[in-house]
Design a protein around this ligand. Structure first.
Ligand code: DX5
Ligand code: ZN
Length: 226
C-alpha cells in the first residue's frame, strides 16, 4: 500500500491525563487520534463522551483530526453533540443502527466525515451497499470493547474485499475509500494489514506501552509505504 495514516487509540493510556497523552501522541508523529467511545451497552465497557471531546478540542486546538469510534447502541443520539464538540469523523457500527442511510446523511449535514465499522462477525456484504456514501470502512480486527486483545488475522480477507473473483472489490469501485483496521495492530501485525490494503491504522497498546512511541509510529508507517 502506498502511504498509511497512523491513528493511536488512547483507550489504554492514562485516562486521568488524557489531554497530555493525546499531545504526546501528536508530538510523536501521530497523523490523527482515534477516540474510542463506549456506552456499556453496545460493548461491555464505558469510556467517555462528547464533553471530554469538547475539552480535548479546547486543549489541542483545531488541527488534530478526531476519528470518533462510536461503540454505542444509539449512534443517532450523539451526532450533533459530537459535531459541536469538535469531532471530524463519526465512525458508527453497522450493527447498532436500523437505518444507516439516515445516519450517514445526518453525519454529513453536521459537517463530519462518515466512517462505517463492522464487528468481526459481520461480513463485508452488509457494508458494501453503503460504500459509495461513506469516507471510511472500519474492519474490526478484535471484538470491540477492550484494548490489548489479540489481532484476528482471519479478518484480512474482509480488508481485501475479496468477492469470489479475487479482486480488491471495494477499493476498485471506490478508489478514495479509506479502509481502517483496529484491534491488536502493532509491529508484529502491520504487515498483514498493509498487504491487505488498509490505509488507516489504529494502534493502541503497541504504541502506548512503548518507551519510544515515535519509533513505533514510524515503523508502522514505513511498513505501509513498502
Ligand atoms: C477496541 C478499540 C480499539 C482499541 C485498540 O474496542 O476499538 O481502538 O483501543 O487497542 P489495541 O491496539 O491495544 O488493540
Ligand atoms: Zn477503536
Amino acid at each position: 500500500a502506498s502511504g498509511c495514516k497512523i491513528g493511536p487509540s488512547i483507550l489504554n493510556s492514562d485516562l486521568a491525563s488524557l489531554g497530555a497523552e493525546c499531545l504526546r501522541m501528536l508530538d510523536s508523529g501521530a497523523d490523527y487520534l482515534h477516540l474510542d467511545v463506549m456506552d456499556g451497552h453496545f460493548v461491555p465497557n464505558i469510556t467517555f463522551g462528547h464533553p471530554v471531546v469538547e475539552s480535548l478540542r479546547k486543549q489541542l486546538g483545531q488541527d488534530p483530526f478526531f476519528d470518533m469510534h462510536m461503540m454505542v447502541s444509539r449512534p443517532e443520539q450523539w451526532v450533533k453533540p459530537m459535531a459541536v464538540a469538535g469531532a471530524n469523523q463519526y465512525t458508527f457500527h453497522l450493527e447498532a443502527t436500523e437505518n444507516p442511510g439516515a445516519l450517514i446523511k445526518d453525519i454529513r449535514e453536521n459537517g463530519m466525515k462518515v466512517g462505517l465499522a463492522i464487528k468481526p462477525g459481520t461480513t463485508v456484504e452488509y457494508l458494501a451497499p453503503w460504500a459509495n456514501q461513506i469516507d471510511m470502512a472500519l474492519v474490526m480486527t478484535v471484538e470491540p470493547g477492550f484494548g490489548g486483545q489479540k489481532f484476528m488475522e482471519d479478518m484480512m480477507p474482509k480488508v481485501k474485499e475479496v468477492f469470489g473473483s479475487g479482486v480488491h472489490w471495494l477499493r476498485t469501485q471506490f478508489p478514495s475509500l479509506d479502509i481502517e483496521v483496529d484491534g491488536g495492530v502493532g509491529p508484529d501485525t502491520i504487515h498483514k494489514c498493509a498487504e491487505a490494503g488498509a490505509n488507516m491504522i489504529v494502534s493502541g497498546s503497541a504504541i502506548m506501552r512503548s518507551e519510544d512511541p515515535r519509533s513505533v509510529i514510524n515503523l508502522l508507517r514505513n511498513v505501509c509505504s513498502e
